[in-house]
Design a protein around this ligand. Structure first.
Ligand SMILES: NC(=O)c1ccc[n+]([C@@H]2O[C@H](COP(=O)([O-])OP(=O)(O)OC[C@H]3O[C@@H](n4cnc5c(N)ncnc54)[C@H](O)[C@@H]3O)[C@@H](O)[C@H]2O)c1
Ligand SMILES: [Zn+2]
Length: 384
């Protein structure tokens, strides 16, 4: 038996944040990215609480790729208040920190389980609808993916007002994360009808709106930002069911070792992960016994309007299309471009540890092709 459970209530489109004015709580605890406070954007959220006379406490000790020690201080702050409702406002980092803080506060006080609302301010991780949280162990340079149903938010609010201020380069990084989620969920060994449907729609939205969302605000095309915000959530639902693959396992190493932003790291790895999974090398033009993921990648490629005379050509089109989007958005396409201060000697010295950690990463389990350590090292060398 298999099950598909969509627990989070999603509020979206114009004025979605007005949901906050109908909360039945007298006080809430907000965990947010410091940028939300310094830019004043948090007021877009708190004005609805003010109008309903709901008191709030703001906690903003959040850093990109939150670490275990940030969880400890966050738990102490939340437990001091014991608020009945926790609201996370920010990108994946703020939402993941809030998820872990809530989980560990609950572990300390079994009857404390605050209502949990996630308000994403980037269109990338889909964390608002996933039971995943990624926490960095800064001592060992490892990113841990926690998976627990308790991490799943009760409500998610997708309001385009929260993503209009995202700079172009972050829109590119986070948008590529959406695409990686959708494509990895689509070929995962745990994919099913439901995850496929969400992955297909998310990929199609990326095809049409990712580069346009990067060009905002020059183009004044708010619609592109709105569509990518929904795409991020749809891809989150897809991978929450199907999980991910080695693109993420390897990207987690690049993030933990060299602080390459999560989506940027995924974009660098994605075309090579597709080539590895499908067994299609640069000089391969046909396959006698193609792996099952070849027809899935090819199907996705056709669905989003790419062309190719057979499945192999369609998969190649998909990989080229990803690279061309990266180039169009001015993104680095290699580790060397993304982390120019790292020398090859240093990179090479970490290959072994990175490959071992990638093999142990939970995302590797659902990759359509089981990699060996040598396979991961080969990909790591290729993307240098
Ligand atoms: N839980 C999950 O399911 C899941 C999935 C994928 C990734 N992740 C994790 O999420 C984290 C990455 O999250 P992210 O990509 O959203 O980035 P992020 O949350 O780290 O934010 C990136 C940068 O964008 C800024 N920012 C955020 N919102 C903004 C806005 N509206 N306007 C201007 N600037 C804004 C932040 O201040 C920060 O500097 C990583 O730790 C990654 O491992 C989690
Ligand atoms: Zn991701």
């Amino acid at each position: 038996m298999r099950s598909c459970n969509l627990k989070t209530t999603i509020h979206f489109e114009e004025n979605a944040l007005s949901r906050l004015a109908s909360l039945e709580y007298k006080s809430v605890f907000i965990i947010t990215d410091p940028f939300m406070v310094s830019s004043g954007l948090i007021k877009t959220v708190t004005k609805h609480l003010d109008s309903a006379q709901i008191k709030y406490k703001i906690y903003s000790d959040v850093v990109p790729d939150p670490s275990t020690d940030k969880v400890v201080s966050g738990v102490a702050a939340l437990v001091r208040e014991m608020s009945p409702c926790l609201i996370a406002v920010g990108g994946g980092s703020a939402i993941d920190l809030a998820k872990c803080v809530r989980l560990f506060a609950h572990n300390l006080h079994a009857d404390y389980a605050p209502h949990f609302i996630a308000i994403p301010t980037t269109s990338g991780t889909g964390s608002e609808v996933t039971s995943f949280a990624v926490i960095t162990d800064t001592k060992r340079n490892i990113k841990h993916a926690l998976i627990d149903d308790f991490l799943l938010p009760n409500e998610a609010i997708l309001d385009v007002e929260m993503v209009k201020s995202v700079p172009a380069s972050i829109a590119a990084d986070t948008g590529m994360d959406v695409l990686a989620h959708a494509l990895e969920a689509y070929v995962s060994t745990e994919s099913d009808y439901f995850s496929d449907m969400y992955a297909e729609k998310a990929t199609s939205l990326c095809k049409h709106y990712l580069v346009r969302s990067y060009r905002y605000p020059q183009t004044q095309e708010k619609k592109a930002r709105d569509k990518m915000h929904v795409a991020s959530c749809l891809a989150g639902i897809a991978f929450n069911t199907a999980s991910l693959g080695i693109c993420h396992s390897i990207a987690h190493q690049l993030g933990a070792q060299f602080h390459i932003p999560h989506g940027r790291a995924n974009a660098i790895v994605l075309p090579d992960a597709i080539a590895f999974n499908s067994g299609i090398a640069e000089n391969t033009f046909s396959l006698d016994n193609p792996a099952p993921c070849v027809s899935k990648y090819a199907n996705m490629s056709r669905r989003i309007g790419l062309i190719g005379y057979d499945d192999v050509a369609c998969v190649k089109s998909l990989a080229y299309f990803i690279r061309s989007m990266q180039i169009e958005m001015g993104m680095p396409i290699s580790v060397h471009d993304a982390a120019p201060t790292v020398s090859f000697t240093e990179y090479e010295s970490r290959l072994d540890a990175m490959a071992e950690a990638a093999l142990l990463d939970r995302c590797t389990k659902t990759n359509p092709r089981t990699p060996t350590k040598a396979d991961i090292i080969k990909i790591l060398k290729k993307i240098w």
